[in-house]
Design a protein around this ligand. Sequence first.
Ligand code: TXA
Ligand code: MG
Length: 352
Amino acid sequence: MQGSKDTLLFDMCGGINLEQLDKAAQTLREGGLVAFPTETVYGLGANALDDEAVLGIFQAKGRPQDNPLIVHIAEVEQLSSIVEVIPPSAEVLMQRFWPGPLSLIFKKSEQIPLRTSGGLDTVAVRMPDHAVALALLSHAKVPVAAPSANISGRPSPTTASHVLADLAGKIDCIIDGGATGIGVESTVLDLTSTPPMVLRPGGITLEELRGILGRVEMDPSLIKQDGSVRVARAPGMKYRHYAPKANVYLVLHRYAVEQRVSSLANRLVEEGKRVAIMAPAESIAAYTNGRIHLEVMGQAEKPATVAANLYSLLRKMDSCGIDDIVVQGIEEKGLGFAVMNRLRKAAGGKVL
Ligand code: TXA
Ligand code: MG
């Protein structure tokens, strides 16, 4: 493993250890890098107000510098120094969904360095719903910029061992809080546009947002089906992403989906590839070729169960030495929309 730092591992699976928590908080205040659990995925944190600390995040992840970071806070009171204005819609959303998997985009204040906002005049902020994360943020006493704690482009980490695999030796400390609950990232909602626009689907669904705000749009680049080129408004959404080393083929949930998955997987096996099928539990019995590695990715009817396993399975495929993964898609509604968004990115165009 490349890297020169001695990465400390703090085990807080059984509860918060105050001595270690203080050490991690101090590391953040002093400009260091600390990976920590949230309810969505593990984050790689640095003091959001410290330009040099934030530069460290980009370097450790190999992240393009035009891709802005989400700033994490523990108290709503922290918001006023980070953003220029707090629109009334934000008040209602924070009341309803914070702490939780919703990142809100505001006009940024002078306090937030351009490094943190990827050069934009806006900033995304969220309050994570995780005891360890909230304790760390309130002890740190600074807003914490935190992207997912993976090497850029790889599947996001949902356990501390995923973080270690990508970033050991490159960061100061990892807090292990066990597996994350939701398994896909927060929803990113732009409140600087009218009507508000979802730039990245995630843990809070479009249906839930519309239930509160009425009109909410989707960034058109998220719903294009025809392969036309549109630039995503969240810079992070324009890159191939969430991808294991194996090729991912995504078969959409349409007519005869199991048959289409089988025939593609069989063809790849005939080509001499080591092939895996990832499919919802309801469909597993349809797959009978003994030369194909089978993985259950939750239940199609409960997309939350698919989200929770998704990244972990994609990483597992690499450790099993799989060449090609054929994924049976699920319906693009509710949390299924976020799941399918990540799978489309992982497939990088190989969508059937
Ligand atoms: O659940 C999450 O949000 C996790 C945990 C750690 O909190 N964090 C996370 O961060 O997923 P990251 O950096 O992997 O993804 C942030 C996404 C990117 O697609 C980025 O382009 C977008 O949010 N984003 C951040 N600030 C933005 C801004 N000001 N304008 C547009 N998009 C922004
Ligand atoms: Mg990420």
